[in-house]
Design a protein around this ligand. Structure first.
Ligand SMILES: Cc1cc2nc3c(=O)[nH]c(=O)nc-3n(C[C@H](O)[C@H](O)[C@H](O)COP(=O)(O)OP(=O)(O)OC[C@H]3O[C@@H](n4cnc5c(N)ncnc54)[C@H](O)[C@@H]3O)c2cc1C
Length: 615
C-alpha cells in the first residue's frame, strides 16, 4: 500500500524524534488532566503516529491517483452555485468519515485536540497529492480555528475547569467539523491586494446596531463557503488600516423545501493556471447582513492574529510541491537514458537533484520550527486565559515564554513562507526540465506541479511583501539596539575563526555574512538620512535619528535589497536550526554539511549584490 507518511523518512524524523511534543502536548492536554484526553505523552505520540499512518495511506491511495483527473475538470457555476466533479465530492465524503477537519479543534467542540503542528504534517502529506484539494480541506479546519481564536480574543469564550464551556461560534464550528459547511477569508478586492489600506468594501451599522456589508471581493478561495470572514471598512472608505473591521457573513440559508436564500452572490469563478480543484470566487455583497467580530477598527490587528498560521500552512504546501517535484524528477532521471547512461548520472542533473533534496529537507526543518513557536505562543496565551487565578510569578513566567515564542514565530514565518514558495516554483520548473520534452506534456504530472506552485509566491502575502516584513523587523531591531548588534557581529566573527567544531565555525561564517549585509543596509540608510539633515544646525541632528523615521522616505535602499537580505536570513536561520539538529542527532550532520555547501557561496554573492547595487 502506498503511504505518503511511511515513505518519507525526513518527515518521520521530525514526528518521531525532533519535535518537542512533551512541551507542546503537556500544554495542549493541560498536563494530561482531562478525563477524555490522552493520559500521558506516549499515548499521545502513538495517536499522532496512527493518524499520520491512516491519513498517509488514504491520501496516497485515494487522492493522489485521482488528482490528474480532477485537475482536468474545473468546477463550474450553475444557477449561481459551484459544481465540483464527482471524484472531488467522493474524496470530501470520505474525509468526513476520517473526521480530519476537526483534528486540531478542542474536544469540547467536537474535535480531537491534536497539536496544530500535526495538522501541518497532514497539510504537507495532503498537498503532495494535490495542493488545491488540500487548500479546500484547510478552509474547514482553518476557518473553524479562526472563529475560535476570534471569539477568545474578543472575550466571548467561557472556560470552566480549564475546558471551553461556551464559545460564540460553536454552532458554526460544529457544522464545519461535520463537513457540511466550510469557510472563506474575504480580504482581496479589485483595487486592493497587498495594500490593505486601499480596501473599499463598506460596512454600515443601522439604528438597531445591525451591520450590513456592501462591496466586491475577488480571488476568494473556497468562496462558495457558507461562512465568510470579511474584512471591510467600517469607518469610511478613506479611513486606512485603522478603519478596517472584521465581520462574519453567512452567505446563504438552506430551507427545508430544498431552496436556498443567498446573501452573498458568487459572480464568477476564476479560470486559473493551476489549483484547479479549488474554486476561486468573485463575491458580491449588496447590504448583506453581517456580525461584527471584536471591536470596530480592529480588523487589521485581527488579521495579524491568524496571519502566521496561514502563512506557515502555505509554507508547508511549498514543501509538499518540493517533495513531489524531487521524487518525480529522481524517478524519471533514474530511468531515462542519454549518451549511454541514465541522466541522473550526468553531473549537472545529479547536482540539481542533490540541491532539490537538500533544500526540501532544510525547508521542512524551518517549517517545523516556525510552526512549533507559533503554536507555543498560542497555547501559552490560552493557558493564561483558562487560569485567571494563576499566581503572579507563574503568570510572569508564562508571559516571558509567550513573548519569546511569539517573537521567534514572527521572525521565522516570513522566511519560511518566502523560501518555500520560491523553491516550490524553482523545483517544479527543474522537474519539468529534467523530464525534457515529456515534462512539457501532461503525461508525467511535472507541468501540473509547476502550475500549482506558481500561486504560492502570490497568495497569503506575496514574496515581496514577506521580504519587506523580514527586512523591516531586522533593520528596525538594529536601529532600536545598535550596541546589541555590534556585540552580535563581534561574537559571530570570533566564532567563525576560533570555534573548535568546524560546523559551528561554518555556521558562524553565515551569521557574519548576514550581519555584514544588515550593517551595509543600516549604514547606507543612515548615510541617506544624514544627507537630509546635514544642513540643519548640529543641535538638531540627534532627534531625527532617534525618532523621525519615515518608511517611504528613509528606507529606499533597504527596500531595494529586501529580497536579497531575506535570502541571506533564510540561509542563516536554516543553518542555525540544522546545526542544533546535528548537535542532538549526529545523523543530521551530512544534511547541515550539504546545506552549508550551497549557503556559503550564495550568501557571499547576495552580500556582494547588496554592497554594489545602488538605488
Ligand atoms: C489562487 C488564489 C487564491 C487566493 N485566495 C484568496 C483568499 O482566499 N482570500 C483573499 O482575500 N485573497 C486571496 N487571494 C488574493 C491574494 O492574496 C492576492 O492576489 C495577493 O495578496 C496579491 O495582491 P494583488 O493580486 O492585488 O497584487 P498586488 O498587490 O497588486 O501586487 C502586484 C505585484 O506588486 C508587488 N508589490 C506590491 N507592493 C509592493 C511593494 N511595496 N514593494 C515591492 N513589490 C510590491 C507584489 O508583490 C506583486 O508582485 C488569492 C489569490 C489567488 C491567485
Amino acid at each position: 500500500m502506498a503511504n505518503f507518511y511511511t515513505d518519507n523518512q525526513d518527515l518521520q524524523f521530525h514526528i518521531k524524534k525532533r519535535i518537542d511534543w512533551k512541551t507542546l502536548v503537556e500544554l495542549a492536554e493541560d498536563g494530561f488532566t482531562q478525563p477524555d484526553g490522552h493520559q500521558n505523552l506516549e499515548e499521545a505520540k502513538a495517536f499522532f503516529d496512527d493518524v499520520l499512518n491512516l491519513v498517509g495511506e488514504f491520501i496516497a491511495e485515494e487522492i493522489a491517483p485521482k488528482a490528474a483527473k480532477i485537475d482536468a475538470q474545473d468546477p463550474y457555476l450553475e444557477n449561481g452555485e459551484v459544481v465540483h466533479p464527482p471524484e472531488f465530492l467522493e474524496i470530501f465524503e470520505a474525509i468526513k468519515g476520517l473526521e480530519i477537519h476537526g483534528l486540531g479543534v478542542p474536544r469540547e467542540l467536537g474535535g480531537m485536540n491534536a497539536p496544530h503542528v500535526l495538522t501541518m504534517a497532514i497539510a504537507e502529506i495532503f498537498a503532495r497529492a494535490d495542493v488545491s484539494m488540500m487548500t479546500h480541506h484547510s478552509f474547514h479546519y482553518g476557518i473553524a480555528m479562526a472563529m475560535l481564536v476570534y471569539s477568545m480574543s474578543e472575550g466571548s469564550t467561557v472556560f470552566e475547569n480549564s475546558a471551553i464551556k461556551s464559545t460564540r461560534f460553536e454552532k458554526e464550528i460544529r457544522e464545519i467539523l461535520s463537513g457540511n459547511a466550510w469557510g472563506a477569508m474575504d480580504i482581496t478586492e479589485p483595487d486592493a491586494g497587498s495594500d490593505m489600506a486601499a480596501l473599499r468594501c463598506l460596512a454600515e451599522v443601522d439604528e438597531d446596531g445591525k451591520w450590513w456589508i456592501t462591496g466586491q471581493k475577488i480571488f476568494i478561495t473556497s468562496g462558495h463557503a457558507k461562512y465568510h470572514i470579511v474584512i471591510a471598512k467600517s469607518e469610511g472608505v478613506d479611513s486606512g488600516l485603522e478603519g478596517l473591521s472584521t465581520f462574519m457573513v453567512k452567505a446563504y440559508d438552506d430551507h427545508e423545501d430544498g431552496t436556498r436564500t443567498r446573501y452573498a452572490v458568487i459572480d464568477r469563478l476564476e479560470e486559473k493556471l493551476g489549483h484547479h480543484a479549488s474554486p476561486t470566487c468573485s463575491i458580491s455583497f449588496e447590504r448583506a447582513p453581517a456580525e461584527l467580530i471584536g471591536k470596530r477598527g480592529e480588523g487589521f490587528l485581527q488579521m495579524l492574529l491568524l496571519m502566521n498560521n496561514a502563512r506557515i500552512g502555505v509554507g508547508f504546501e511549498g514543501v509538499a510541491i518540493c517533495e513531489a517535484a524531487t521524487r518525480l524528477a529522481k524517478e524519471y532521471a533514474a530511468e531515462r537514458r542519454a549518451f549511454g547512461k541514465t541522466i541522473d548520472k550526468h553531473e549537472m542533473i545529479a547536482d540539481y537533484l542533490e540541491e532539490m533534496e537538500t533544500t526540501t529537507r532544510a525547508l521542512r526543518s524551518l517549517g517545523y520550527e516556525a510552526s512549533f513557536h507559533e503554536e507555543m505562543s498560542f497555547r501559552l496565551k490560552i493557558q493564561a486565559m483558562k487560569n485567571p487565578q494563576m499566581p503572579a510569578e507563574e503568570r510572569k513566567k508564562n508571559e516571558r515564554r509567550m513573548k519569546f515564542h511569539k517573537a521567534s514565530a514572527r521572525k521565522i514565518t516570513p522566511l519560511f513562507k518566502y523560501l518555500s514558495a520560491e523553491c516550490a516554483v524553482a523545483f517544479a520548473q527543474r522537474c519539468v526540465q529534467i523530464h525534457g520534452g515529456a515534462g512539457y506534456t501532461r503525461e508525467y504530472g511535472a507541468e501540473k506541479l509547476l502550475r500549482d506552485a506558481m500561486v504560492m509566491p502570490i497568495y497569503e502575502g506575496t514574496s515581496q511583501i514577506q521580504s519587506l516584513m523580514a527586512m523591516k523587523d531586522t533593520i528596525g531591531a538594529i536601529i532600536k539596539a545598535p550596541q546589541e548588534f555590534v556585540r552580535k557581529l563581534a561574537q559571530a566573527r570570533w566564532r567563525s575563526v576560533s570555534a573548535k567544531d568546524p560546523m559551528v565555525k561554518r555556521v558562524a561564517k553565515i551569521e557574519v555574512f548576514s550581519l555584514m549585509a544588515q550593517q551595509q543596509i543600516v549604514q547606507k540608510t543612515a548615510a541617506d538620512k544624514f544627507k537630509t539633515i546635514k544642513d540643519k544646525p548640529l543641535s538638531q541632528w540627534l532627534e531625527p535619528f532617534k525618532t523621525e523615521w519615515d518608511p517611504k522616505r528613509d528606507f529606499g535602499f533597504a527596500m531595494l535589497h529586501a529580497e536579497r537580505l531575506t535570502r541571506i536570513l533564510c540561509d542563516e536561520a536554516i543553518a542555525q536550526i540544522l546545526l542544533e539538529e546535528a548537535q542532538e542527532f549526529p545523523e543530521r550532520a551530512p544534511l547541515l554539511d550539504a546545506w552549508l555547501n550551497h549557503a556559503e557561496p550564495r550568501c557571499r554573492y547576495m552580500l556582494d549584490l547588496i554592497s554594489t547595487r545602488e538605488l
